[in-house]
Design a binder for this molecule. Structure first.
Ligand SMILES: *[C@@H]1O[C@H](CO)[C@@H](O)[C@H](O)[C@H]1NC(C)=O
Ligand SMILES: *[C@@H]1O[C@H](CO)[C@@H](O)[C@H](O)[C@H]1NC(C)=O
Length: 256
């Protein structure tokens, strides 16, 4: 039986003695042998992802639709088995609604009211929620990232946190996500978001409206903000674009 460790390494066969000594100088003598068998494993472990990464551009060139699938990830509709019509099971003071953003496209939205209105909100219908938008609390339009739906737990957490901070939050599932109809596309997302913006604007009086984008949503927020400014912003809004570092971006139309 071979004894190892400490200074008693002399039991090792002579041919690795030199290596052993050299390594001991660097304080790694004990791992000298182990390294031999796990190195190839490590090599293949590192090589596999590298090769898959290298293959991606070729796959995308062969199958362009893969690109949109992997950018949007809307087919990953987690969490599964959620009843979108009953958001109150996940977050209080919230109602589910649908908005037709263009003919044939209807998107699902959750509207959470400021928690200071929580008691009042109990058992109220959509009409009450719509009227509540004019209560001077700022409104966040939340644009989520790729994959999953508005019911994903970190998004629900966002609704709770910002609701507690007394914001209105409207979280939509873009076309093709969750229970929204239609197919995902960059211009389609912008259309959905602008339709929601107009819907909010028609009900929110003088309240500020913020776009809060997360990941993929930051790009959508930028597109929507640019389009708003180009098409109807002139003279009406001073646009403020404070950038949060990843994972967020706030764009706010603010009144002067
Ligand atoms: C809603 O509020 C009640 C009372 O504060 C709390 O007990 C309950 O856990 C909340 N529900 C959810 C889904 O957060
Ligand atoms: C919005 O602001 C304008 C001018 O600041 C004011 O005249 C108007 O009454 C306000 N509207 C609401 C709904 O508060």
């Amino acid at each position: 039986m071979r004894r190892r460790g400490g200074d008693g390494d002399s039991g090792d066969s002579g041919d690795i003695g030199d290596i052993g000594r050299a390594e001991r100088r660097h304080g790694t003598a004990r791992h000298g042998r182990a390294r031999r068998w796990w190195l190839p494993w490590l090599r293949s472990l590192l090589l596999a992802p590298l090769l898959s990464c290298a293959a991606v551009p070729f796959l995308i060139r062969l199958f362009p639709s893969l690109l949109t699938k992997f950018v949007y990830l809307n087919f990953l509709a987690f969490p599964f088995f959620v009843d979108f019509r009953r958001p109150e099971l996940l977050v209080n003071n919230t109602i589910n609604l649908y908005l037709t953003t263009e003919p044939g496209v209807t998107v699902g939205i959750w509207h959470t009211v400021p928690s200071s209105k929580g008691a009042e909100a109990q058992g109220k219908e959509q009409r009450w929620y719509e009227e509540a938008l004019a209560d001077a609390h700022p409104v966040i339009i939340y644009l989520h990232g790729n994959g999953g739906t508005r019911a994903a737990s970190h998004r629900v957490q966002f609704l709770k946190t910002m609701g507690a901070a007394d914001f209105h939050i409207l979280a939509l599932d873009y076309r093709g996500y969750g229970d929204s109809t239609g197919r995902p596309s960059e211009s389609g997302f912008t259309t959905d978001v602008l339709a929601l913006y107009d819907w909010v604007k028609a009900r929110s009086g003088n309240s500020s409206i913020l776009f809060w984008g997360h990941s993929l949503g930051t790009g959508i927020a930028t597109n929507a903000a640019r389009k708003l400014q180009e098409e109807r912003g002139k003279g009406q809004h001073g646009w403020v674009v404070p950038m949060q570092c990843h994972p967020g971006l706030i764009l706010g139309p603010q009144r002067r």
